[in-house]
Design a protein around this ligand. Structure first.
Ligand code: ADP
Ligand code: MG
Length: 361
């Protein structure tokens, strides 16, 4: 399915059924035979999803379409997630996951292997040298970064800047390898995406503004279901479209608003958790830069009820590998603080929001 939703504004009612309508996996006799054959395969360690027990070409295709294109993605999935894809069912899902775990020998790995994998991570420039320095070279791909702060603290501006910077050649701090243009997916939940800002920021870096805009797929999400569908869509098309950046601006607003009206906190948390897992899977699957924004109010957030209970904030905080807190300073200046990072010290720096984008003070 082409991602036509991305560039056109459609109502949620229109878009949701289109996105979630997925033909149930009906195997042809031939496909079923191929799957059965796959089951009976030798005990050699599988190296691709198709070689796993319980997976044949039809199932592999279906899994890939739902974002499970690697053995790692399957090994870390839950039975419920996989069982719900097409007509896979619980029993086969269990078999697939066990086989994936077996193939990966999922337990421990030596740190040098972790190190090799980490070297595949790239860093995207933020437009500010100071901020890049604070982040150890830029925003890291392959994991999720949360930008949180008050209204007007610069979350959306920084998100726009990364949409542009990611399209720069690798040697200039972007992700463009000179062959495959970088696609950016921008899930806009508040209607604050502005192409004008992208054009101004592209000009500063001498990128063709038209081409830069064309590489950004904007999905306007009208409710949390729609937002989750758009994220799934990104997972499905990540490899085909070379989606290397995923922005969700902002992550929790729909969940928050909808909870006020209906549902229970537990339900909402569960949905949010599911959404976060999809985002994390995208980050790992395609070595993607995943940025989520989160607005926090200056006063205690009454929405979350008892402050001692798990809140949307906590769930998001646990899922984000890096958390950056933004706050306003004088005029165009903003302060960024590293609040939580597995490798950066807790420190801060100042950047400036200019007409041409994020820059040094
Ligand atoms: P948040 O998403 O955190 O609510 P934004 O990223 O939208 O905040 O940042 C808003 C700030 O960006 C405002 O202070 C605004 O003045 C500034 N800003 C927006 N556009 C421009 C521009 N073209 N030139 C300079 N500053 C801008
Ligand atoms: Mg914003």
């Amino acid at each position: 399915m082409a991602s036509k939703h991305a560039s056109k504004v459609v109502s949620a009612e229109e878009a949701v059924p289109e996105l979630i309508e997925d033909p149930v996996l009906v195997k042809s006799e031939q496909e079923a035979k191929a799957d059965a054959k796959a089951d009976a395969k030798s005990n050699d360690t599988p190296t691709s999803v198709e070689e796993l027990a319980g997976v044949g070409p039809a199932t592999a295709k279906k899994l890939a379409e739902n974002g499970y294109a690697t053995i790692m993605a399957l090994a870390t999935a839950s039975v419920a997630e996989i069982a719900n894809i097409g007509s896979i069912g619980e029993k086969t899902a269990q078999k697939i996951i066990e086989s994936a775990r077996g193939a990966l020998n999922l337990s421990f790995e030596t740190a040098d292997i972790v190190n090799t994998r980490r070297k595949a991570m790239s860093r995207v420039t933020t437009g500010s040298n100071e901020l890049n320095k604070l982040l150890g070279g830029g925003m890291e791909t392959g994991s999720m970064t949360e930008l949180y702060g008050e209204f007007r603290s610069g979350k959306t501006q920084l998100a726009h800047q990364l949409c542009v910077c990611a399209q720069l050649p690798i040697e200039k701090g972007g992700l463009y390898d000179g062959k495959n243009p970088v696609t950016v997916a921008y899930i806009d939940t508040e209607g604050t995406f502005r192409p004008e800002r992208i054009i101004a920021m592209a000009q500063r870096f001498e990128l063709d503004p038209e081409a830069t805009l064309k590489n950004i797929q904007v999905g306007r999400a009208y409710n949390s279901d729609h937002q989750m569908c758009l994220a799934d869509k990104v997972l499905q098309t990540a490899q085909e479209k070379n989606i290397r950046v995923l922005i969700v601006d902002s992550l929790v607003s729909h969940f928050r608003a909808e909870f006020m009206g209906r549902g229970t906190l537990a339900n909402r948390q569960q949905k949010l958790n599911q959404h976060l897992h999809a985002l994390l899977r995208a980050a790992e699957m395609n070595n993607m830069l995943v940025i989520v924004t989160n607005q926090v109010q200056a006063k205690p957030d009454v929405f979350f009820g008892d402050p001692n209970q798990a809140s949307g904030g906590n769930i998001v905080a646990h899922a984000s590998q890096t958390r950056l807190k933004l706050r306003k300073s004088k005029g165009p200046l903003r302060v960024v603080q590293v609040v939580d990072s597995p490798l950066l010290p807790e420190s801060e720096c100042v950047f400036s929001i200019t007409e041409a984008g994020i820059a040094d003070e």
